[in-house]
Design a protein. Structure first.
Length: 524
C-alpha cells in the first residue's frame, strides 16, 4: 500500500444478505475492476459497500468496512486516534433496526453521513439527479486552471471572497437596524418600562437569601426566644459544675471554653431575634414576592442585573440608530465598489483564459469519444465567486437529452480536470456499470480515463467489457458455486481466464485466452 493522504478502503466484510452468505475481500489502492456473469451479485456487492457509508440502506445483517482516511476529523465526534493513518472500522448491524458504529462508537446514520460526507463519489446511470455538472463546479474548474497558469489570479479571488463576506454581514446588520428603526418607538417604550422596573427594585446580590432567612426567623420567633432564654438561664449556673470538677482535681478548661462558646452563639441568635422584632413582616413578604418574580423572569438576580445593563445599552443604541444606519450605508457602498472592481478584474482573467480551458476540455472529451463541449461566460448576480457563471454548450445537444453513457463520459472528462486543477477530492470513486451499452472503442476510452484517475483516487468499477479489467490494478470476480454467490481477488492466471470469458464466452476459448494475455501484457 502506498503512503498517501487520500481515503482508501482496505477491507469489506459482509454477513448474510440476499446474495452473499459470507464475504471477506481485501482491497489495494488504484483501480479495482469487478466482473462476473449477469445476476451473480456484482451490484449487490457495491450496494453493501455503499450501505456501510449510509448511502444506501443496509442489505445485510452485518457489514464491516476498514478504511484509511488521514484527513478525517473524528475527534469532533468523540473518536480519538493515536495515528491518523490507522484504519477506521465502520460496522453496520441490522436486526430489528439498523445500527451504525465507527471504531465501536455508536453513531446515528445522519451523524455517520455527516462525518463521511464526500468520501464516496458514485457515478452510475442516475447521475442526472445529482446535478454534479453545475455552474459552481465548472466555474471552480476554470478558476483552478487560471490559478495554475497565472499566480496573480488567486489573490483576487481571496480578496473578493473576504470583502463580499463582510459586505453580506454588514447588509444583514443594516437590515436588522432598519427593522428596529421601523419599530423604534414601541421598542423604546418596552425597554424603558423594563429599565424602570429593574432600577426601581434596586437589586442587590444575596438579598433574596437574606430575606428568606429573616422570614424563617420571624415565623418561629416566639418558640426560639423561649428556648434560647431557657438555655441561657441554665448556662448561668454552669460555673458550679466547673468549680466542682476543679475541686476534685480535674481540669475544666475544655468544658469552660465550650460553655462560653455556646453562650456566645445563643446570645448572637437572641440579638438577631430582637432585630427581627423591629422588622415589618408585611414589607419583608412584599419584597420577597417582588424578588421571586424577578428570579422567575430572569433566572437569578445576577441575570436580571446583566439584563438591566443590556437594556441600557440597547436604549443608547436606539438613540444612535440613525448614525449607525448612515455609517453602515457608507461602508456598504465602499465595499460594493471594491467588490465590483475585483469582479471586473476577475472577469478579465476568465475571458482571457477561457479559450485555453475550453481547448483542454475539448481534448478530454475527444479522448472519451464525445463531441467537443464548450463553456460560455454569462453575467450573473454578484457573489463571493464574482459576477459571472459558466454555461455548458453541447453543440446540438442538451445535457438532459444525453444518453447515460454520454453523460458518464462527460462527467469523467470533468473529473479529469478536477484531479488536475482542484485536487480537493480525497475520497473513493464507485462506478456502477460505466461501460455498459458502450462500443468497444468507447469502453477503451473510459478505461484509460479511469486508469489516469486511479493515480489520484481509489476506484471500484463494475465492468462488462474487457478494457477496464485489463487496465485495472486489481480484479475481483463475483461468481456462483453450488448455487451460492462468492467473490475473490484474481491472480494473473485467473485474470486471463476471466478476461477470456468476457471476450468470447465458451467459444473460441484458445484465441480468447491468447488475446487476454496480450491485453494484460500490454498493461505491464
Amino acid at each position: 500500500m502506498r503512503d498517501f493522504n487520500n481515503a482508501q478502503i482496505t477491507r469489506l466484510k459482509v454477513r448474510q444478505n440476499a446474495v452473499f452468505e459470507k464475504l471477506d475481500l481485501e482491497f489495494k489502492d488504484g483501480l479495482s475492476a469487478i466482473s462476473g456473469a449477469s445476476g451473480v451479485g456484482k451490484s449487490v456487492l457495491i450496494a453493501s459497500l455503499l450501505g456501510a457509508f449510509g448511502l444506501k440502506e443496509s442489505n445485510a445483517s452485518n457489514i464491516e468496512v476498514e478504511l484509511i482516511a488521514p484527513f478525517l476529523d473524528t475527534e469532533e465526534y468523540g473518536i480519538f486516534r493515536e495515528d491518523e493513518h490507522e484504519p477506521l472500522v465502520i460496522s453496520v448491524i441490522k436486526k430489528e433496526k439498523t445500527r451504525y458504529f465507527l471504531n465501536q462508537t455508536s453513531l446515528s446514520k445522519n451523524t455517520l453521513k455527516a462525518l463521511l460526507k464526500g468520501l464516496i463519489k458514485r457515478l452510475s446511470n442516475d447521475r442526472f439527479s445529482q446535478n454534479e455538472l453545475n455552474d459552481i463546479l465548472m466555474l471552480s474548474l476554470l478558476d483552478g486552471y487560471i490559478q495554475n497558469e497565472n499566480k496573480a489570479f488567486s489573490p483576487l479571488l481571496g480578496a473578493l471572497e473576504e470583502r463580499f463576506t463582510r459586505l453580506e454581514n454588514l447588509e444583514k446588520e443594516r437590515r436588522l437596524l432598519e427593522d428596529k428603526k421601523r419599530f423604534q418607538k414601541d421598542l423604546e417604550e418596552r425597554l424603558n418600562f423594563e429599565k424602570m422596573k429593574l432600577e426601581r427594585l434596586d437589586l442587590k446580590e444575596d438579598e433574596y437569601e437574606r430575606l428568606l432567612e429573616q422570614k424563617k426567623l420571624l415565623s418561629s420567633k416566639e418558640k426560639l426566644n423561649d428556648k434560647i432564654a431557657l438555655a441561657l438561664d441554665v448556662l448561668e449556673n454552669t460555673h458550679k459544675i466547673t468549680h466542682a470538677l476543679e475541686s476534685v482535681g480535674h481540669s475544666a478548661e475544655f468544658l469552660k471554653s465550650a460553655l462560653l462558646e455556646a453562650s456566645a452563639l445563643l446570645e448572637k441568635e437572641q440579638a438577631k431575634l430582637e432585630e427581627c422584632e423591629r422588622l415589618d413582616i408585611e414589607k419583608v413578604l412584599e419584597r420577597l414576592g417582588a424578588l421571586s418574580g424577578i428570579i422567575k423572569d430572569y433566572g437569578s438576580i445576577t441575570h436580571a442585573k446583566e439584563r438591566l445593563g443590556h437594556v441600557k445599552n440597547e436604549l443608547h443604541n436606539l438613540k444612535e440608530i440613525d448614525h449607525y444606519c448612515e455609517t453602515y450605508h457608507k461602508e456598504i457602498e465602499r465595499l460594493k465598489t471594491e467588490c465590483l472592481k475585483l469582479c471586473d478584474q476577475i472577469s478579465g482573467f476568465r475571458k482571457e483564459y477561457l479559450a485555453g480551458f475550453n481547448a483542454l476540455l475539448s481534448t478530454k472529451a475527444k479522448d472519451l469519444l464525445l463531441k467537443s463541449p464548450s463553456l460560455v461566460l454569462e453575467e450573473a448576480p454578484m457573489s463571493e465567486k464574482g459576477a459571472q457563471k459558466l454555461v455548458l454548450n453541447l453543440q446540438n445537444s442538451q445535457l438532459e437529452t444525453l444518453s447515460s453513457g454520454e453523460y458518464s463520459r462527460l462527467r469523467l472528462a470533468f473529473m479529469l480536470l478536477e484531479m488536475e486543477f482542484l485536487k480537493d477530492f480525497k475520497g473513493v470513486l464507485v462506478l456502477d456499470e460505466m461501460d455498459s451499452n458502450l462500443s468497444g472503442e468507447e469502453s477503451l476510452a473510459v478505461s484509460k480515463a479511469l486508469e489516469t484517475l486511479s493515480s489520484h483516487s481509489q476506484i471500484f468499477a463494475i465492468s462488462h467489457q474487457v478494457h477496464i479489467p485489463a487496465l485495472a490494478k486489481n480484479h475481483i470476480l463475483v461468481f456462483k458455486e453450488n448455487h451460492k454467490s462468492l467473490a475473490k481477488t484474481l491472480n494473473n492466471e485467473e485474470r486471463v481466464l476471466e478476461i477470456a470469458r468476457m471476450i468470447g464466452g465458451s467459444e473460441n476459448i484458445e484465441s480468447a485466452i491468447s488475446f487476454a494475455k496480450e491485453k494484460l501484457k500490454a498493461q505491464e
